[in-house]
Design a binder for this molecule. Structure first.
Ligand code: AGP
Length: 609
């Protein structure tokens, strides 16, 4: 969470910092700020809310500079306020931007107060800037002061630091939070994500954990965690600066919903030969690993956890592969038992989710020998830390609510089910059937997207509601969970999902005319059971909205709204039924007038615990 941009150039870096912050706003948007060095002094501007506010402030009172740092914040320590916004400054001479959490900030703060430092914010970051200031009293230069400071920090950080003593220098370092260096011609930039710097460069150095870099316009020196000078390779990004454009759409979320047929096709592209899945799509030694594993442990958070839940049903039902799944933040602290020869499968859109990364590290400590990441960001920490990788290839997802990332996760997880399942009970016939269904998926999704206006009309019924229940069974229970998460995330309506069979064990007590019950009802072996559950709702005056297979006979009445979903094969049906639920949440949020792409209190990339 939070976004960092910085630069050292022979031109005014402020417009670059502002544009970079806008591109990082998905990481947090509680407040924004920047600082530059101008004529040997630090000038700082900070504003509550989105980057637009900061931009107006800078326009009204410009402060150009050739060296600068900037930040967009997602509040952890201290409420969103101008005082808590970064950059933080110590005695007008040092300025710092920070991502991550300094866990020992209370102890450091107490000592620094005794040493006479005054605190102007409630943040954990302010201790970093004072510590650097104090270290400079004895250190030779800014680099040495930062090196001395980070030895005292516990927790995670990515830092951008500049000081008036060396007005041409920018120091960047990272531990646990991502940071990249953008390499320009006669200029360098730093950012927490390549997306921020695409207008100025496509050449990037990905700092490794523990790295610290000293940057001026004509030199870049990187030290590793053992304080040795290292050369890190420059990688060319395939992204272009307009890859994250909203185009003709009102919101990124709607654009990303509509991109799903293409995204799903991309997830399959080049991964089959003569209709057969290529195992080296997962990595050159994937086949060897798959030969050895006896079970799967999936670790993920949020929407990515939901895709993992669907995969658990698939692994066990289609291929008889034992599969466990757990929310990463629970796994990492639970002291779980891991069976030998388990493949750890992490799922993450961003590849930077702190809990998922920590759960992977925990699993490795417990002796896990094999790991595989399903991820959307090629240069992410998760990809770098995993033995095998299958990229989802959804393209940049900007809306905080995951849409195309989820459906492409499901597609790639099905590829994993095929690859591992071949070694278990997945028959060749079923593999061929699933493969052909996957290739038909983009067309199916196109058809479901045609329900757009019908769902938009339906969503009007929701505008006044404050609660909703989502029901599903089997592989569609996680889809109901994902539907509920989407609705609460962007419309702020309280929504819960239940496996439909659980209704009578408690939630039925909630049913009345004010509680819409959204049911996912494909034509499968559980349909008759699901119908009984829907009867239980109707009998108690509940309002049902049913997404139902078009081949089934049912008509809407005053208590039941039926939306007919194009007929789809059982195996891939969860992917298809996701789409109408995404559209429903989107239109409900639009009617309620929420900030669809940047819902309150959330951030796209959750890089803190
Ligand atoms: C999805 O709509 C959410 N914004 C959130 O649950 C997200 O899926 C979760 O934070 C995990 O993120 P990741 O996939 O980047 O790891």
């Amino acid at each position: 969470m939070c976004g960092i941009v910085g630069g050292v150039a022979q031109r005014n870096v402020v417009p670059i910092l502002i544009e970079g912050l806008k591109r990082l706003e998905y990481r947090g948007y509680d407040s924004a700020g920047l600082a530059v060095i101008n004529n040997g002094d630090i000038f700082r501007k900070r504003e509550l809310g989105k980057v637009k506010g900061l931009e107006l402030l800078v326009k009204a009172d410009p402060v150009p500079g050739f060296v600068g740092i900037a930040h967009t914040r997602w509040a952890t320590h201290g409420k969103p306020s101008v005082a808590n916004a970064h950059p933080h400054v110590s005695r007008d001479t040092i300025a710092v931007v920070h991502n991550g959490i300094i866990e020992n900030h209370e102890q450091l703060r107490a000592t620094q107060k005794q040493d006479g430092y005054e605190f102007t914010s409630e943040t954990d970051t302010e201790v970093v800037v004072h510590q650097i200031h104090q270290a400079l009293e004895t250190a030779d230069n800014l680099l040495a002061a930062v090196k001395a400071t980070i030895k005292k920090l516990e927790g995670a950080y990515a830092l951008g630091v500049m000081g008036t003593q060396e007005p041409d220098t920018l120091i960047a370092c990272r531990k646990g939070s991502p940071l990249v260096i953008g390499v320009g011609f006669g200029e360098y930039f730093i950012a927490s994500d390549v997306a921020a710097l695409l207008p100025v460069t496509r050449r990037f150095i990905f700092l490794e954990d523990g790295d610290i870099a000293a940057i001026t316009i004509d030199s870049l020196v990187i030290y590793d965690k053992d304080d040795k000078i290292v050369t890190r390779s420059i990688k060319e990004s395939q992204l272009t600066s307009d890859s994250a454009d909203k185009g003709e759409y009102r919101h990124y979320m709607l654009k990303e919903i509509y991109e799903q047929p293409f995204a799903v096709a991309q997830a399959l592209e080049g991964r089959f030969i003569n209709g057969r899945l290529l195992e080296n799509a997962f990595g050159h030694n994937a086949a060897e690993v798959f030969d050895k594993i006896k079970s799967i442990q999936i670790l993920a958070c949020g929407t990515s956890y939901h895709s993992g839940l669907v995969a658990k049903y698939w692994f066990e039902d289609l291929a008889r592969v034992p599969c466990h799944i757990e929310v990463a933040s629970e796994f990492r602290y639970r002291n779980p038992v891991l069976a030998p020869d388990t493949l750890i499968v992490t799922i993450s859109q961003s590849g930077e989710t702190a809990d998922t990364l920590a759960a992977l590290q925990e699993a490795k400590k417990m002796g896990a020998k094999y790991s595989l990441a399903i991820c959307n960001v090629p240069e992410s920490s998760l990809v770098r830390e995993s033995d095998l990788v299958l990229m989802t290839r959804a393209g940049p997802e900007i809306g905080v609510a995951s849409t195309k990332a989820f459906t492409t996760q499901l597609v790639t997880l099905m590829l994993l089910v095929i690859a591992v399942g071949r070694r278990f009970a997945l028959s060749e016939k079923l593999e061929q059937k699933i493969t052909s269904e996957l290739f038909g998926l983009p067309g199916k999704i196109e058809k479901v997207l045609a329900l757009d206006s019908e769902i938009e009309v339906l969503s009007k019924q929701f505008a006044e509601k404050e609660h909703a229940l989502f029901l599903g069974r089997g592989t569609h229970y996680p889809i109901a969970m994902e539907g509920a998460l989407k609705l609460k995330e962007i419309s702020y309506i309280h929504a819960e999902a239940y496996p439909a069979g659980e209704l009578k064990h408690g939630p039925l007590a909630l049913i009345d005319a004010d509680m819409p019950v959204i049911t996912v009802a494909p034509n499968n072996s559980l349909l008759e059971k699901l119908k009984s559950n829907m009867q239980e709702v109707s009998a108690r005056g509940g309002q049902l909205i049913v997404f139902m297979d078009e081949t089934l006979h049912a008509v809407s009445d005053s208590n039941v709204q039926i939306v007919k979903v194009p007929q789809v094969e059982n195996e891939i049906s969860p992917i298809v039924y996701t789409i109408p639920l995404q559209l429903l949440s989107y239109y409900v949020a639009v009617i309620r007038g929420t900030d669809v792409d940047q819902p309150r209190n959330l951030a796209k990339s959750v890089t803190v615990e």
